[in-house]
Design a protein around this ligand. Structure first.
Ligand code: ZN
Ligand code: ZN
Length: 161
């Protein structure tokens, strides 16, 4: 499995976290694509946020492409989202905008959890009610409560364990 990280207006520290941690989780090769600026065509000036679906569609449809941005993103019907992914598809996007904290260890855990969650969707996993990284997160408190790993049911669905 290959994971292509597409930095979109995000700091290099966050990219380094993913480059270091994702290979351990997925036994994947991780490649970092050249950083680019987030597309203004996906910006909604009245909300001061970027549309996650618009950003997703602007990515190359190569499995697994994970865009990471420091900008705030939203999906239709939601105040904000931490990310969006194509279920069983190729592409995902993660926003770290609402994950920030002065605690660098906690920040790293949050970033990895949400990246693993979005990649889980790309691999075909839906939201899960078990003690599992695939739990839906409505707030950063939800992110902190869930584990960084897949439950046994989800792990077996994607061929782990
Ligand atoms: Zn989700
Ligand atoms: Zn699960």
């Amino acid at each position: 499995m290959k994971i292509y990280i597409q930095p979109l207006s995000v700091n290099s520290h966050t990219v380094e976290i993913l480059k270091k941690r994702l290979p351990e989780v997925f036994k994947a090769e991780v490649f970092v694509l050249p950083a680019s600026e987030i597309s203004l065509k996906c910006y909604n000036p009245s909300r001061k946020q970027y549309n996650s679906t618009c950003l997703l569609r602007s990515l190359p449809p190569i499995r697994v492409t994970l865009a990471v941005t420091g900008k705030d993103i939203y999906a239709t019907g939601m105040n904000f989202v931490f990310g969006e992914a194509e279920l069983g598809g190729a592409r995902a996007i993660l926003s770290v905008f609402r994950l920030s904290t002065a605690d660098s260890k906690l920040y790293e855990e949050r970033v990895v959890k949400e990246a693993v969650h979005e990649i889980g969707h790309v691999l075909g996993l839906k939201h899960c009610k078990n003690d599992c990284v695939m739990q839906f997160s409505n707030s950063v408190e939800d992110v902190d409560k869930k584990p960084i790993s897949f439950c046994r049911v989800c792990a077996s669905k994607i061929g782990f364990g």
